[in-house]
Structure formats: C-alpha cells, structure tokens
Design a protein around this ligand. Structure first.
Ligand SMILES: [Zn+2]
Ligand SMILES: [Zn+2]
Length: 389
C-alpha cells in the first residue's frame, strides 16, 4: 500500500494551494451554526468538481452534506468536516482548516480512484459543532447508519492523537419574584437576582465535592432591569460537564438542587429549562488511532504530550458512541496558543495552518487507504468499539 499512500500524499501536495484558498475563503466569511450556507456550498462544489456525488441537506439539515465516491463493495469510511464559526470571534476554533483538510483528503483519494481498493468514501459536512449539535441531528437522521469508521481532525497548538472530551448538559434557570421599589418598599419585593446569586454560591460550595475532571460554569443572562427595582425576573445558564454520562447526570442533579434550594430560600419560583442537545464523551479507538499515528510517523511527525487537564466537549463524542470514530489534533498554531482566542483565529490563516492542513489531509487519506485495503482492520476497530461499550 505504500505506493498508493505516496500517491495520495502527492495528490494533497498538488492541491495545497487550492485547499489553502478554500480554507481562507471560509475564514473570511465566518458563518454561525446552521447558517453555513456559503461554506457548505463551496465545499460541495469543490468535491463535486473532484468527482464526488454530493447530496446537500442530508438528514433535513440545510447546511449538511454527504459527498460519496464508490469503488465497489467494501467498507464505508467517513471523513468529517466542520465549518461553523464562533459568535464575535470568527474562526477562532479553526474549523476552516478542519473543512479544507477533510475535503482535501477526499479529493486526494478521488485523484487515485482507479487504484483504490474497493469500498466507499464519504466526506460528510457536519454543521453547528459550536453548541448546535449538528452531528447529533445527522446521527438521528441515519447519516452514520452505514458508515463503518469515521475520522476528523481538529486544529490545536500541538499534535495529539487523542484527548478525552467531556459529556456536557446545559440548563437555564429562570427565577420569578415580585417587583417593588428598592428603597421605598423593599419589603414588598421578592428578589429573583438573589436567587441567581445564591445558586452561584451553592454551586461554588458544590465544586469542592465533584471529581477533578467535572466542570460547572455559568453566566447570569438576566440580572434585573434597574437598581431601584427589586428584580422580579432573573436568569442564569449553566453548563455541566463530566467524563462519563452517568457522572454528568449525577452532578447535574446536584446543580438543580442548588437552584431549587436558592428558590426556596428566596421565595421565588424556579423554571428549569434543559437544552435538549447533550454532547457525549469521546470514546477512543486504539485501532484507528494506531493507523493514524503510523501515518503521521510517515510524514515525520511525532506525537506530542497531552495535558489531561485541558478538557472540552464536542459532538464528535456522540459519533464515537455509535461507530468507531477518532479526532486527532493537528498543530496549526504556535505552542501555547489557546483555542477560542483571537490569536488562534489569526493563526488559522498562517503558514503553520497551511502545513497542518496538508499534513491532516495526507494522514486522513492514508488512514482511509489502510482501512479500504485491509477490511480486517475495520473489523478490528468495530470489535474494539463493541467491547468498550
Ligand atoms: Zn470550538
Ligand atoms: Zn472546534
């Protein structure tokens, strides 16, 4: 397979200018989750031009797509693209690089189509990773039903094969009290802001008693209208994260108890509105990660040391709970650059990001070649997945 891997590597090199231009175009036109009309359109056009059959709006999600090439009966390997931006910060998560590298891996495989082992390659456009849970809608819509293995990359300040992702549940607390003049008749009022503040204080006390990899963080979304009015309405939003779903729900119940206690103490009414989308923890797959690592090694890239305390969440976690799926990290920024920062948004345009894009596309294309060439590896990945349930 090594000649074929060399060929996909060269194909990516040949596409590098086009891929970088695609990445920059997406970066210059940041679109929020489920509004990525331009990005989804450019990626679909690119993949169509490279010989893919592209279905737009899969699973009823307008800005999702599935691009397929088929070389006969064999495994179905999916390469996932993200392309949503962050409010106010543009592409500070570098999803422009994820998009271009996924499309580039697909295009490189299409370029050697005649030599490819039998199977199916799908480049799947997954919108709204930043909170909207696009992959969850695609799972529910059956997009991953016939996929054997999936992979994607994420930009980072270093190369990492695997970093755990936490499950996350999000909840809004709306407290209702009674308005009154804050100086003339404060005793007539029922203070909804006090309930929010007591919720924060109770959660701060809870924090000592949760496991180190759990996270609880919130903001006040409504703190009242004016200082001379006892706030009759106040609200907060909290995110609760943990390494397992069981523990996430356990901590979530304790967080609800904090808000209920605050409502009781202040005499306010509490409405709890849970955001239905839950991101699940990332299940790792040693078989797929081993292939990815070996291919990174072919490019002369060693894996760097991960920091197990840097923990986020993503809807790739949900995909990894239904099929074998991996999300290695590719260096696209100088070491020490934090994601979701303005510095990371700038980095996602620089030569280091181009290098990361090329390396990512090559590694994903080579890993796909491995899986198509030896379906026993696909079975091994699936057996490992089933055993770790
Ligand atoms: Zn992000
Ligand atoms: Zn991201």
């Amino acid at each position: 397979m090594s000649a074929l891997k060399d060929a996909v590597g060269r194909a990516v090199d040949g596409l590098a200018d086009e891929l970088e231009a695609l990445s920059h175009r997406i970066h210059a036109n940041p679109e929020l989750g489920y509004q990525e009309v331009k990005a989804a359109g450019w990626l679909s056009d690119f993949l169509t031009a490279k010989g893919f059959k592209v279905e737009k709006g899969v699973a009823g999600v307008e800005t999702a797509f599935r691009a397929t090439i088929e070389t006969g009966e064999g495994p179905t390997i999916a390469i996932l693209c993200e392309y949503d931006a962050l409010p106010g910060l543009g592409h500070a998560c570098g999803h422009n690089v994820i998009a271009a590298s996924g499309a580039g891996a697909g295009a490189a495989l299409a370029a050697v189509r005649a030599e490819l082992p039998r199977g199916r390659i799908q480049v799947i456009g997954t919108p709204a990773e930043e909170g909207g849970g696009g992959k969850i809608k695609l799972i529910e819509g059956g997009v991953f039903k016939d996929v054997d293995c999936a992979m994607m990359i994420h930009g980072m300040d270093r190369y990492l094969l695997h970093q755990d992702l936490l499950g996350i549940v999000r909840v809004n607390f709306d407290f209702t009290g009674k308005a009154a003049h804050a100086s003339v008749d404060p005793w007539e009022g029922v203070n909804a802001l006090d309930a929010v503040i007591q919720t924060f204080n109770a959660i701060s006390a809870l924090r000592q008693h949760v496991r180190p990899n759990a996270r609880i963080h919130g903001i006040i979304t409504n703190g009242g209208a004016a200082p001379n009015i006892i706030p009759e309405a106040a609200s907060a939003t909290f995110y609760v994260r943990a390494a397992t779903l069981d523990y996430m729900w356990e901590v979530y119940r304790k967080v609800l108890a904090c808000a209920e206690g605050a409502a009781h103490a202040t005499g306010t009414e509490l409405r709890i509105v849970r955001i239905p989308t839950v991101y699940e923890p990332l299940k790792s797959n040693k078989t797929l990660l081993g292939l990815f690592k070996a291919n990174l090694g072919r490019l002369g890239i060693p894996e760097e040391v991960s920091d197990p305390t840097r923990l986020g969440s993503s809807d790739i976690g949900n995909v990894s709970q239904v099929i074998p799926a991996i999300q290695p990290y590719i260096k696209i920024a100088e070491t020490g650059t934090a994601i979701h920062s303005r510095a990371f948004a700038e980095a996602a345009l620089k030569p280091l990001a181009r290098q990361g894009l090329v390396n990512a596309a090559q590694t994903m294309a080579m890993t796909t070649v491995d899986l198509l060439a030896d379906p026993a590896l696909v079975h091994r990945a699936k057996d490992e997945f089933a055993a770790s349930r």
